[in-house]
Design a protein around this ligand. Structure first.
Ligand code: SF4
Length: 76
């Protein structure tokens, strides 16, 4: 999955790093580093991070900003 963090919006609250530590990490006090191509196994955690970010800075494909974790089915 692909994700983008708008670092102009990001205030370094670290909610995302707490909820999805394999994808997001704080670098110092305020700088966020993240994996823009997180694995699919991270989807649920990323969904929680998207929902938890106080400034809606995280956008991820297949996830909306308000729905939190959404069931993803490929129909198989
Ligand atoms: S939760 Fe949002 S504001 Fe906080 S560090 Fe993550 S992206 Fe930035």
């Amino acid at each position: 999955m692909r994700l983008v963090v708008d670092l102009n919006k990001c205030q370094g609250y670290a909610q995302c790093a707490f909820l999805a530590p394999d994808v997001f990490a704080m670098h110092g006090e305020e700088a966020l580093i993240y994996d823009p191509r997180a694995g699919e196994e991270q989807r649920e955690r990323v969904a929680r991070a998207v929902a938890a970010c106080p400034v809606q800075a995280i956008t991820a494909d297949g996830l909306d900003r308000t729905g939190g974790a959404r069931e993803v089915s490929d129909g198989s």
